[in-house]
Design a protein around this ligand. Structure first.
Ligand SMILES: NC(=O)c1ccc[n+]([C@@H]2O[C@H](COP(=O)([O-])OP(=O)(O)OC[C@H]3O[C@@H](n4cnc5c(N)ncnc54)[C@H](OP(=O)(O)O)[C@@H]3O)[C@@H](O)[C@H]2O)c1
Length: 321
């Protein structure tokens, strides 16, 4: 395939699979309208175009991000050789987005130490959070994050679970204006917060929203994800495996035959492809603390993606468990 055409296809593959929100209008500017994007992208991706992971645009800038990232909520207690290898393999497989937070124990410091030692800063998109009450406490926590992550620029800071959201968003905008952070967002993993979350999404200009969503936890798909599309906000997905719940649900079960249709060889890939094939989702951040998990999860960003009918079939399968 000629390189120009291949670039278009990869760009095509970065367009969310169906519909035409603002994000699509921006991305569509990149791709000739004639292309039957869904099927073509899936077919092309199936035909050995999988040297590159699938990437999707951040609506507010058009920056392309690989759809499978990495979360550090657990097991990032010390900068061990295993964690270093996990991050190196993740980056080596084309992964970029690393999500962390001040409340994840020593995770920020561990990520900062490994990224510096392995020379990975330029290849990664570092995302952290602010979870504090009051302007001063928020500022102090963010300055600590810069020190721990050993960087002068953080890609994304999000208000953790909407804590003192108005105060902290004001601070984040100032830092964005100063060029110390590139993106501003909010996070939650509690459906009890969804109503407030929606209110903030409707009243604020945000680059990213982070919310829980999984094949067996689809509530965010009802209002939050459609609203993210409508408002041109990139959706980042936490708890994609329900912190292991999905693996327990399929324990001892062989993958269904149709998993091969969408290029899945493991349950992790199947669970992740369901999430990243949602048109509002820019990336999923599975918690990953093992090199083999990093490679397994990265594989979900390659090969064909499920279309709408295949997503329905996945839902029916898991609902019948
Ligand atoms: N409100 C918020 O802002 C919020 C809330 C929750 C999470 N988060 C973010 O989202 C990230 C993801 O959530 P999470 O880590 O809590 O849960 P998760 O991603 O749903 O599940 C992570 C667990 O899945 C297992 N796993 C990962 N890859 C696997 C693979 N390929 N095969 C088999 N098992 C695999 C690992 O279990 P073992 O380690 O036990 O092997 C891992 O601990 C967090 O790390 C954090 O960055 C944000």
């Amino acid at each position: 395939m000629r390189s120009d055409r291949r670039r278009w296809v990869l760009a095509a593959a970065s367009i969310p699979l169906v519909g035409a929100g603002r994000a699509h209008a921006q991305a569509a500017a990149v791709v000739p309208q004639a292309l039957p994007v869904e099927r073509l992208a899936a077919e092309r991706l199936g035909e050995g175009a999988d040297t590159q992971p699938l990437r999707k645009p951040v609506p507010s800038t058009g920056e392309l991000l690989p759809v499978v990232g990495l979360g550090t909520a657990r097991r990032y207690d010390e900068a061990s050789p295993v964690l270093r290898e996990t991050l190196e393999r993740f980056a080596g497989a084309g992964g970029r987005v690393v999500d962390t937070a001040p409340s994840y124990g020593r995770a920020e410091a561990v990520v900062g130490e490994i990224v510096e030692a392995a020379g990975l800063r330029d290849r990664l998109f570092l995302a952290t959070k602010v979870g504090a009450d009051g302007r001063q406490a928020g500022r102090a926590q963010i300055e600590q994050s810069f020190r721990r992550l050993r960087t002068t620029r953080i890609d994304l800071i999000a208000v953790h679970n909407l804590r003192d959201v108005d105060t902290q968003l004001k601070t984040l905008r100032e830092l964005k204006g100063e060029g110390r952070i590139r993106y501003v967002g909010i996070t939650t993993s509690f459906d009890s917060q969804y109503a407030d979350f929606e209110r903030v999404m409707r009243s604020e200009r945000l680059d990213f929203i982070q919310v829980d969503y999984a094949l067996d936890n689809r509530a965010a798909g009802e209002r939050i994800l459609p609203l993210a599309l409508e408002r041109g906000m990139a959706a980042m997905i936490n708890l994609p495996f329900g912190r292991g719940r999905l693996f327990r649900a399929v324990q001892g079960k062989a993958l269904p035959e149709w998993a091969a249709d969408i290029g899945c060889t493991t349950w992790a890939q199947l669970f992740l492809k369901y999430i990243v094939s949602h048109e509002a989702v820019v990336c999923a951040i599975p918690g990953t603390a093992k090199p083999e998990y990093a490679l397994d999860n990265a594989a979900a960003a390659r090969g064909p993606m499920p279309d709408a009918a295949e997503r329905r079939r996945m839902e029916r399968y898991v609902d019948a468990l």
